[in-house]
Design a protein. Structure first.
Length: 210
């Protein structure tokens, strides 16, 4: 989030920004923060510690100190609309070693594949081959989300391992325009994928449900 898109109250103790999301009534949603410590002399207010208080829609009185809200720039996630859909002309290359060998990923795998590395490798690589066909039938299968650390769009893809109609994992696809390939960095649990997808858009209910 650019500092230019953050609005501060007159006493600099509260701040908010437009998340770019809306309620079901199409009111903008704002993240509201309160400063948890007073900055030292000369310390920029942006560099102090802030606590997230809550999220409020544009009607809320809690945002009175920041009005007029219409002057507040909304969050800008998208620079190239083509990043929001999977380009089926690109290859898909999966980092199988990270998914299977990183201890943090162990519990994300279906129980039957845990501790069975060779079977897990063959199963995951086999299931990955069907991803393009899924996207060709429904482009919304690839769900965009905002990768905060690198400030860019990535795509979530369903990996159906145990049942062809049910996703067991969500693959994180990173677009490489030079190599014309989507690099699968890691695999998320379904709960993790849903939370990440909600940062940017309402997930497609065909495979990613809360």
């Amino acid at each position: 989030m650019s500092r230019k898109k953050i609005r501060y109250s007159s006493d600099k103790r509260n701040a908010c920004f437009n998340t770019g999301l809306q309620t079901s009534d199409e009111k903008d949603i704002f993240a509201f923060f309160r400063q948890s410590e007073i900055p030292a002399n000369g310390q920029p207010v942006e560099d102090t510690i802030w606590d997230l208080v809550d999220f409020y829609d544009s009607y809320s009185r809690e945002l009175s100190a920041f009005r007029p809200l219409e002057d507040l720039a909304t969050a800008d996630y998208i620079k190239d609309s083509s990043d929001l859909v999977l380009d089926i002309s690109y290859e898909i290359d999966i980092n199988i070693a990270h998914i299977l060998d990183d201890p943090a990923n162990h519990d994300r795998l279906p129980v039957k594949l845990r501790g069975e590395r060779n079977m897990a490798m063959l199963t995951i690589e086999g299931a990955t081959k069907f991803l393009k066909q899924k996207v060709m039938r429904n482009y919304k299968t690839a769900i965009p989300f905002w990768y905060i650390q690198e400030r860019k769009i990535q795509l979530l893809l369903p990996l159906c391992i145990m049942n062809p109609d049910t996703a067991d994992l969500a693959l994180v696809a990173d677009k490489d325009t030079v190599g014309k390939v989507y690099r699968i960095r890691t695999a998320l649990s379904m709960d993790m994928a849903y939370i990440n997808a909600r940062l940017l858009t309402r997930p497609d209910r065909d495979w990613l449900n809360p």
